[in-house]
Write a protein that binds this ligand. Structure first.
Ligand code: FMN
Length: 323
């Protein structure tokens, strides 16, 4: 095994409806991630109540970290600076160790209600939001921002990156696509060196890193030493640790498969067996795409279990994955 790349930082991407408390906890146990983010907490015209903050971020009860110690940032989304800042400050009072601001969400409902990627058209608003949040939380608490390249114009990334820095963001994550691109490959990593010429804060490269090879190419093109993994981490839960260990081997189903029954049980304990079944199917689908070529039976297994409606039966079926 190669010596670990201590200088490389890897973050688990925020993913609404995917990266919840259970997933963060499990990925923290699996290892390789330096930080994680909650699902987005939407803020409209008033401060978010504690109950909602605790629901999105149960880690508030464990010092702002997962049970195995990974720092989790509270992620906020909205267009009104003061309610965002007040909500962020409250999250910090309750135990959040950092705040992340989402300027990239493409969802229609979110954008219609003034938040997410629509703000990429208004750099001054990005600066104002970051600055207001920055001012409202103690100076030692990091406030990061996450952008896409633009709403429909990728050049906007240069101005928006400067806006986030001027507002006081300590770090900027760039999902290297516009909102109009949605999730269509490729990710345009080549914008990152241009962004890095414009700002001094650390820039995190995000988008389309599915394998060690992708990571190596992204590192070469961007010159970054900080990366965020989203769908690639769901498809290959050990990708972050293999990147850290400079291990170019392919994902290993024999190791990954054990985590499915664990994930089901943890999700069932945390929410409900039906929830666990839905989330496990979602993850199994992603895994069957990764491993289906090497294990073609996995695709038929997924097709068989995806129609099961009884969580007990589903649990029995996936028990075959336990070593
Ligand atoms: C299901 C899903 C939900 C997402 N939710 C969020 C979110 O809440 N906040 C955010 O900033 N980005 C969100 N994203 C975008 C990801 O954080 C990430 O930027 C994007 O998936 C690109 O990275 P990837 O190619 O590694 O997946 C989401 C993406 C997906 C697929």
């Amino acid at each position: 095994m190669n010596s670990p790349q201590k200088s490389v930082k890897i973050y688990l991407a925020p993913m609404e409806g995917v990266v919840d408390w259970v997933t963060r906890d499990m990925y923290s146990r699996i290892g390789g991630f330096d930080q994680m983010v909650t699902e987005f907490i939407r803020v409209t015209d008033r401060v978010v109540v504690d109950e909602v903050l605790y629901r999105y971020m149960p880690e508030l009860k464990t010092g702002g970290r997962t049970l195995t110690g990974t720092v989790v940032l509270a992620q906020f989304l909205g267009g009104q600076p003061q309610p965002l800042a007040d909500s962020a400050a409250r999250a910090v009072e309750l135990g959040a160790l950092g705040i992340d601001l989402n300027f990239g969400c493409p969802a229609k409902t979110v954008n219609r209600h003034d938040g997410g990627a629509t703000l990429l058209k208004f750099p001054d608003r990005i600066e104002n939001i970051v600055a207001t949040v920055r001012k409202n939380v103690p100076a030692h608490v990091p406030v990061s921002a996450k952008i896409r390249l633009g709403f429909d114009d990728p050049k906007m990334c240069l101005i928006n990156a400067q806006a986030a820095e001027a507002g006081g963001a300590h770090r900027l994550t760039v999902h290297c696509r516009t909102k109009t691109d949605m999730y269509k490959p490729p990710a345009y990593w080549e914008w990152i060196p241009q962004i890095k010429e414009k700002v001094k804060i650390p820039v995190v490269a995000n988008g389309e890193i599915w394998s060690y090879k992708d990571y190596a190419k992204c590192a070469l093109i961007t010159g970054c030493d900080q990366f965020m993994l989203g769908r690639g981490a769901m498809a290959d839960p050990f990708l972050a640790s293999r990147i850290k260990n400079k291990d170019e081997s392919l994902p290993d189903w024999e190791i990954v498969k054990n985590w499915l029954p664990y994930f089901f049980d943890a999700s069932a304990d945390y929410v409900s067996p039906h929830f666990a079944q839905a989330r496990s199917k979602q993850w199994l689908r992603q895994l069957s795409l990764t491993f289906g070529e090497a294990y073609p039976w996995l695709l038929s297994f997924f097709n068989e279990v995806k129609v099961i409606t009884d969580p007990n039966l589903f649990k029995e079926k996936i028990a075959v994955f336990k070593n």
